[in-house]
Write a protein that binds this ligand. Structure first.
Ligand SMILES: Cc1cc2nc3c(=O)[nH]c(=O)nc-3n(C[C@H](O)[C@H](O)[C@H](O)COP(=O)(O)OP(=O)(O)OC[C@H]3O[C@@H](n4cnc5c(N)ncnc54)[C@H](O)[C@@H]3O)c2cc1C
Length: 381
């Protein structure tokens, strides 16, 4: 067994950390406070790093990064601005979808996303998101087009994205009746509204309304009635990216908290000299390390072409839980400063709490793991 990262992965970590500390961290709280969206020069710097072309096809500047490489990037971005991770992972998803896209569609959208235009992925509906195979949005074939009707909600980058990749029913009930479509957001009949979430203000939560939205049939990604299963399979690795970004944020708070408890004095000695505090720090570090291992194992399996459903589900529910618990511990150990908006701990916790739901709540992932343990016949679903 080899638990180490390669020399190349260590270099990726170092260079992404340098960029993120210099360019992302100083602005992290700004987006939350002001509600601004990213200015163009900020996006240009992100594009210049090459982090949006990690897994694009070679003809679009793709770098053939492994999934473990991408995990390192997500963790490092998450350390400094958890919200920016979405932009990086969306570009990775596009790379995975590319081979199933019509050439004209690929030619139009891949360069645009690689240059920093936003995209959305839309599965969740007002009637529910966890049961993503049971949605109501419909796409009906009409000559050479599909016509979409329905509503998607809780979608990231709603209102700022130029294109939305959306699941819609084209066949019978359940996930085997669903397809996946690429819809430019300026298509007539498509409208968007936003709502506030407690965290991730930058990521612009909102709803898309599809009202007789007509798109060419070639905008379907993958095969009819197979697109959704395919989409779920290819982006299974995201269940490792999400916790890695949260663990990156938790690690950063832990490091800052370690510095704080060494300098703050209570009852005549540094906070760190109290055994209960030192134990909490040791536990937090242990839990982060164990959760990281789960994430990298899932990504390593993906790189080896192995099935990794159970491993990714373990990484997702447990990694996010650990990150949130560590962030809460850090807030406590910082005393009243931990609750103040001057420090980033409370924002990190607000941002990462939402990741309990995003990409499926823990109960769904526990159900997937239980199915592996019990077999389909005896499992809850
Ligand atoms: C920050 C954030 C970003 C998001 N971004 C996107 C996005 O870009 N695109 C997108 O499509 N969606 C997005 N979502 C939505 C997310 O995918 C859904 O929240 C998630 O799939 C759960 O759906 P739901 O919230 O409708 O909960 P529901 O499906 O209504 O479930 C509610 C609760 O019921 C419980 N539950 C559900 N299923 C089971 C089960 N099988 N067993 C036991 N208990 C269960 C869980 O506690 C769950 O939280 C985002 C959400 C958040 C918070």
């Amino acid at each position: 067994m080899d638990f180490g990262h390669t020399e190349q992965q260590k270099m990726i970590r170092e260079s992404v950390r340098k960029y993120a500390e210099a360019e992302l961290l100083p602005h992290y709280q700004r987006w939350d406070r002001t509600g601004e969206f990213l200015p163009q020069d900020y996006i240009d710097k992100l594009v210049a790093t090459g982090l949006l072309t990690l897994r694009l096809p070679a003809e679009y500047g793709g770098q053939a990064a492994s999934f473990v490489d991408c995990g390192v990037v997500c963790e490092e971005i998450g350390r400094c601005d958890h919200q920016i991770r979405y932009i990086v992972s969306n570009a990775i998803h596009l790379g995975e979808m590319a081979h199933a896209m019509d050439p004209a569609l690929r030619e139009e959208w891949i360069p645009r996303i690689a240059k920093g235009e936003m995209m959305s992925l839309a599965f969740t509906e007002p009637g529910g998101g966890a049961d993503a195979g049971n949605i109501r949005t419909r796409a009906v074939k009409d000559g050479g087009d599909y016509v979409l009707n329905g509503e998607k909600t809780s979608i990231t980058f709603c209102g700022v994205s130029k294109v939305v990749f959306v699941s819609a029913r084209t066949g019978g009930p359940g996930p085997r009746g669903l397809s996946f479509f690429c819809v430019p957001t300026d298509t007539p009949g498509l409208t968007a509204t936003n709502f506030e979430r407690m965290g991730q203000r930058l990521d612009r939560a909102g709803s898309f309304f599809f009202d007789d939205v007509r798109i060419p049939a070639r905008n379907m990604i993958g095969e009819e009635n197979r697109g959704f299963i395919w989409a779920m399979t290819i982006i299974g690795y995201n269940r490792c990216f999400v916790p890695l970004a949260c663990l990156g944020a938790a690690q950063k708070s832990l490091e800052e908290t370690i510095e704080y408890v060494k300098t703050r004095t209570v009852f005549g000695k540094p906070v760190s000299k109290w055994q209960a505090v030192a134990t909490e720090l040791a536990n937090a570090s242990t839990q982060i390390e164990a959760a990281r291992m789960l994430c990298y194992r899932g990504l390593w399996m993906k790189d080896q072409g192995l099935r990794h459903d159970d491993e990714s589900s373990m990484a997702k529910w447990w990694g996010v839980k650990v990150a949130n618990e560590v962030l809460y511990t850090c807030m406590r150990l910082n005393g009243h400063y931990g609750w103040a908006k001057d420090l980033p701990h409370e924002q990190r916790l607000r941002d990462c709490l939402g990741m309990e739901s995003a990409d499926g709540p823990r109960e769904v992932h526990q159900g997937i793991i239980a199915r592996g343990l019990l077999g389909k016949e005896f499992a809850p679903f």
